[in-house]
Write a protein that binds this ligand. Structure first.
Ligand code: PLP
Length: 400
């Protein structure tokens, strides 16, 4: 599109960005091509001199299909200069950290990060000579004290995976900037629609497009968006690593993006209704859902976020794993699976204590120590049907 999309609202941006350059069709064609052809040897030799998106070179550097998706994601992220695509969310996490960290660096990692991010910091990045130090994102003083001369970067996630705490990203990134460290965030939960990460102080915003952007549980992809300086480093590193996404998947992701705001609004409203309902059930000890008034993190969520999504957790009262499994197995409308952000609802038993180094779990402010938790991803079904399903499954839980 020739128009400047930076002034448009998100809803309009989602409709007009990443469109075909051919004025006769709406969507960019799927260029399924490894080989790009040149008119003559002079054009061939010119190719490597201009390593820019938007110029055919070779399949690994993308085609109009992938560039359209990158452009649409960039247009949606205030402050972004560009977006690099990766074959999965985990590949985006690895690629963005590799663009930033060097041997000898210290990487601070939020203790409630997505488990594969934690494992990567303790495994791959340790082998690369990067020292990971985990921090409690709710303890600003301890976090501040962790920085040293070698601290290169901070890895954030908000809300925290599984336990859903909301942290003060503007404060955490301000401290990082003062110490000369780069802030990266896993922004999969909110997307740029719900949390404009670069505007809130982050330098690089990473997403698993597998979740909300794909939205239909049929593709794997990741992205990293950044301002000009870090975008160039991200892109160079991705090219050195040979990261590329298939044009078919890019077209699917772009198709998912068109309806992302509608899907998020619907699943957020349903999740709020279900979270509210669960908070009044005697079988439930705690609802961990930042969009729910009164729930942990709600005030910061209201201050910093512009939207939510259908993903939240709850903790059972006085029930064990066998009861939890009876509940989940009795659900008809909820699938049992690791992913989320699709059109269909999912339930997952989660065990948080083994994947925390710094943050106490169960939370110290809870008098009773329940920790038997379930994560729900609310999809596009009618929330009344989902509540009816949860009602019968809660009854089944106690009828062993
Ligand atoms: C699923 C997920 C990822 C990883 O995405 P994949 O595409 O599955 O590799 C990263 N972060 C969060 C918070 C996720 O839930």
């Amino acid at each position: 599109m020739g128009s400047n999309t930076s002034e448009l609202t998100a809803a309009t941006t989602l409709a007009v960005s990443g469109r075909s350059r051919d004025p006769h069709v709406v969507n960019p064609p799927v260029y399924r091509a490894s080989t790009h052809l040149y008119a003559d040897c002079a054009a061939l030799r010119e190719g490597p001199r201009t390593n820019e998106d938007g110029r055919f070179f070779y399949g690994r550097r993308g085609s109009p299909t992938q560039w359209a998706l990158s452009d649409a994601l960039t247009a949606l992220e205030p402050g972004a200069h560009g977006t690099v695509l990766y074959p999965s969310g985990v590949a985006a996490i690895a690629g963005s950290l590799m663009a930033v960290c060097r041997p000898g660096d210290v990487l601070l990692v939020t203790d409630n990060a997505y488990d594969p991010s934690r494992s990567m910091a303790k495994g791959l990045f340790k082998r690369l000579g990067v020292e990971a130090r985990f921090f409690d994102p709710l303890d600003l003083a301890a976090y501040d004290g962790l920085f040293c001369e070698r601290t290169r970067a901070v890895w954030l996630e908000n809300p925290g995976s599984l336990s859903m705490e909301v942290c003060d990203i503007p404060a955490l990134t301000r401290i990082a900037r003062e110490k000369g460290a780069v802030s990266l965030i896993d922004n999969t939960w909110a997307t740029a629609l719900g949390f404009p990460a670069l505007e809130r102080g982050c330098d690089i915003s990473v997403q698993a497009l597998t979740k909300h952007v794909g939205g239909h549980s049929d593709l794997m992809m990741g992205s990293a968006s950044a301002g000009e300086r870090w975008y160039r480093k991200l892109r160079q590193t991705a090219q050195e690593l040979g990261q590329v996404v298939s044009p078919d998947d890019a077209a699917l992701a772009l198709r998912g993006l068109r309806t992302m705001q509608l899907r998020l609004e619907k699943s957020t409203a349903s999740a709020l209704a279900i979270a509210e309902w669960l908070s009044n059930r005697s079988e439930v000890a705690h609802v961990l859902c930042p969009i729910l008034p009164g729930a942990p993190g709600h005030d910061l969520w209201r201050r910093d976020f512009t939207g939510g999504c259908g993903l939240f957790s709850f903790v059972l009262k006085d029930r064990d794993d066998a009861a939890r499994c009876r509940l989940i197995d009795a659900l008809d409308l909820f699938g049992i699976g690791y992913s989320w952000g699709g059109f269909e609802s999912l339930a997952l038993p989660i065990d948080i204590a083994p994947i925390r180094d710094r943050m106490a779990w169960p939370r110290p402010e809870w008098q009773a120590g329940e920790d038997c938790a379930i994560r729900l991803s609310i999809g596009l079904e009618d929330p009344h049907d989902l509540i009816a399903d949860l009602t019968q499954a809660l009854a089944a839980m106690d009828h062993a």
